[in-house]
Structures are given as C-alpha cells and as structure tokens.
Design a protein around this ligand. Structure first.
Ligand code: CA
Length: 258
C-alpha cells in the first residue's frame, strides 16, 4: 500500500499539500467501515459520523472544513435531508453527495432541493461512488478557479492579483490579508509604475502626512509588501529601493529590463 503521509493542514488550506478531506455520515456499521477503508486507500483523509449529531460535532471541530460530505438519508436521529438543509442555511456550501435508500424521483428531487450536489441510490457500486466523489471535487475546483478568473482585478503583477474596491488580494491563488494602509500604499505604487517615488511623496499621498516624522515607516511598509508579494523578499523584483531616492514599483520585471 503506497500512501503519502497527510501533511498537517492549516485553516482554509486547500490544494495538493494535503489530501482531500471527507466527512462520511453513515450509521450502518459494515457499510461505514467499508467506505472508510476504500476512501483511505484512495488517499482521502476521512472522518466517520454515525448520526447527524456526530456529523454536526465534526463540522464544528474541523475549522478548515471538508472538501466533500457523503451523507446517508436514513440516520438514527435526523434525516440526511434535514442535515443538508441546515448546512446550507448556515452558509456551508461544501459539496454533498446523498446516499438515498430508495431511488424514487421524490427522494432525488428532495435531495437536490435541500442543496445536495449529487446522489447515489443504494445499493451502489463502490467504484461508482468513488468516481462521483472525484468528479464532484473536480467540479468544485473548476468553479473556484473560474470564479477567480471572472473577478475584475485592478492590478496584477507576478502571481499577485489585487481588487482595490473590494480590498481583496491574492498571491498564487491564496488570499492575502492586507491592512487598509497596505492597500493604499500598493494602490499609489500601482498608479505610478516604474517611477521613483520618494519617501516624502509616499508619506504625503498614502499617509496624508506633511511633516514627514519617521521615514522608516515607509521602509517597514515596503518590507511588508515584499513579504506578501515577492517570490523572494530578500531579492525583490517588484518593490525596488532606489538608493538615496525612494522606491520604484515594477509590475513586470521582464519587460522593464528590455
Ligand atoms: Ca442509514
């Protein structure tokens, strides 16, 4: 059996660094054990819940969430439909695949109405379940990336994308938390690309200061932008210091050289 060791996951982390994480809510013990084993063999990180109550506990504990939930309709406490509805009402849009006991149209419709993404009728082939889960995760990744592409970004440089109006910043697809002043400095730099800007000019326009008390302030902020957005903050290519003059923002270093 070859399985890579799961990397420690951090909150909000999605990507190839950690295996996809599933929550399987199924009260039939034999089926649950079989699902756990097979998902783990496929490389998933799996939590098993035998009731809606247990599922709710897992959902609260896992702050970084799940990549998908496999949800049986018939549970000992609440039914899977209600659990799914509550999940959606609480703003959780993790993909849900429902396992329905009877393949009636009514069940399928109910499942989709309460916000399930897919369903599978019991008894099912394990290979089909695995294929459905894979395609659900793939679809989810596509939607995330196409949503990102539709955002109109005010500024892109390197792998950084910035939306100033909504105060959103991304580096290599990961959201970066910037303070209001960091956004203001970045915006001013972006409005004056490839131009040497003195510390005084930056203090005046970004910080609205006129008496220039402490010039290290600008340097500290530039250092923070480098840490956020430079591939190598020690060898900056975008936020360039110009000795004795100030700083220069280079959105496209390759073009600027040529
Ligand atoms: Ca059941």
């Amino acid at each position: 059996m070859t399985r890579s060791d799961p990397a420690p996951a951090t909150a909000g982390d999605v990507g190839p660094e950690r295996p996809p994480r599933l929550l399987v809510v199924e009260d039939e013990r034999h089926l649950a054990a079989g699902l756990k084993l097979n998902f783990e063999l496929e490389g998933y990180d799996v939590d098993m819940a035998a009731s809606a109550r247990q599922a709710a506990t897992f959902l609260l504990q896992r702050v970084s969430g799940y990549d998908a939930i496999i949800l049986d309709v018939m549970l000992p406490d609440t039914d899977g439909f209600q659990l799914c509805r509550r999940l959606r009402e609480s703003g959780n849009f993790t993909p849900v695949l429902m396992l329905t006991a009877c393949g009636t149209t009514e069940d399928r419709v109910t499942g989709l109405e309460v916000g399930a993404d897919d369903y599978l009728v019991k008894p099912f082939e394990l290979s089909e379940l695995l294929a459905r889960v894979r395609s659900m995760l793939r679809r989810c990744t596509w939607e995330r990336s196409s949503q990102g592409a539709e955002l109109t970004m005010d500024l892109t440089f390197g792998t950084a994308r910035i939306d100033f109006d909504r105060q959103l910043a991304y580096m290599s697809g990961e959201e970066v938390q910037l303070t209001r002043l960091e956004f203001s400095l970045l915006r001013y730099l972006a409005e004056h690309p490839e131009r040497v800007l003195s510390r005084q000019e930056l203090q005046k326009h970004v910080w609205k200061l006129t008496n220039y008390p402490n010039t290290r302030m600008v340097d500290n902020f530039i250092m923070r932008l480098r840490r956020h957005f430079e591939p190598n903050p020690r060898l900056p290519v975008h936020f360039i210091a110009v000795r004795g003059a100030g700083y220069k923002f280079i959105p496209d270093p390759a073009r600027a050289k040529g």
